[in-house]
Design a protein around this ligand. Structure first.
Ligand SMILES: *Cc1c(COP(=O)(O)O)cnc(C)c1O
Length: 246
């Protein structure tokens, strides 16, 4: 772990007050990582990975300034958002960051501002149809399996451009970026390579005329420094703010 966050014991479960302090330390850490990568201050946003956290704990981070929440499970997204609304939580946006089953797409669309994990034409078509029925436009990211690990969801990098070509015709979806999970490895070069590959793919999309694809959702508690150096615009962070998951 890096910089200001070193002040906290990452193995401990923080109380509500410490969640706020950790969120602020995380933001300072991100600013320091941006600076050392020669990037503009504020070019990286923090997304709270809220899986298995109580609404009160998520609220503590929102009150400390967090503006973006990511959920893996649709059931937790729905319950979490309903609870936060009852708690009069500060305004925030929500993204889906876990694999989305097609039968959960309607619920996801009702509660999320962006689906980061689109990795098939079938899912994109269903989201497009549901968004159309609601008369809205939905932001999506394509999830890229940049490490090639068979256990990971996401489209293979070499198939991504074809999928983008097909999704580009779906009028109610807007391809806003790419999401990836870095290689699960102790080798920082290998982790950096998976992020670099994803960044290069975004350049390919933009060169191919998908100008809306600006975001790179990459980096978690353990590899955010590498991800920011490789151009991440959104890091998805759970443990650094909330401690080990229940
Ligand atoms: C849980 C999760 C994260 C955050 O992981 P931490 O290591 O706790 O920061 C990020 N992205 C996804 C997709 C996750 O499921």
């Amino acid at each position: 772990m890096v910089l200001m966050l070193e002040l906290f014991d990452m193995a401990a479960v923080p109380d509500l007050a410490e969640i706020g302090e950790r969120y602020q330390a995380l933001c300072e850490t991100v600013r320091a990582c941006e600076a050392s990568a020669g990037r503009e201050s504020g070019s990286v946003r923090v997304e709270l990975a809220a899986k298995y956290q109580s609404p009160e704990r998520v609220l503590a981070a929102l009150q400390a300034g967090a503006e973006l929440i990511g959920h893996n499970l649709i059931q937790q997204l729905v319950a979490g958002e309903e609870a936060l609304s009852e708690l009069d939580a500060p305004a925030h946006r929500t993204h889906v960051i876990g694999h989305l089953q097609k039968n959960k797409a309607g619920k996801a669309l009702a509660y999320a501002d962006c689906i980061e994990t689109v990795d098939s034409l079938e899912l994109a078509q269903r989201l497009n149809r549901l968004a159309g029925e609601r008369g809205k436009y939905l932001d999506i990211f394509l999830q890229v399996n940049s490490s090639g690990a068979p256990s990971q969801f996401g489209i293979a990098p070499e198939q991504a451009l074809d999928l983008v070509g097909q999704i580009a015709d779906l009028k109610h979806l807007r391809i806003a970026g790419l999401m990836t999970i870095g290689a699960h490895s102790d080798d920082t070069t290998e982790i950096a390579r998976s992020f670099e590959l994803t960044r290069n793919l975004r350049e390919d999309l933009q060169d191919g005329g998908i100008a809306s694809a600006t975001e790179l959702s990459m980096g978690m508690t353990g590899d955010m420094e590498i991800a920011i150096a490789e151009g991440s615009t959104i890091i998805r962070v759970g443990t650094a703010v909330f401690g080990p998951r229940p």
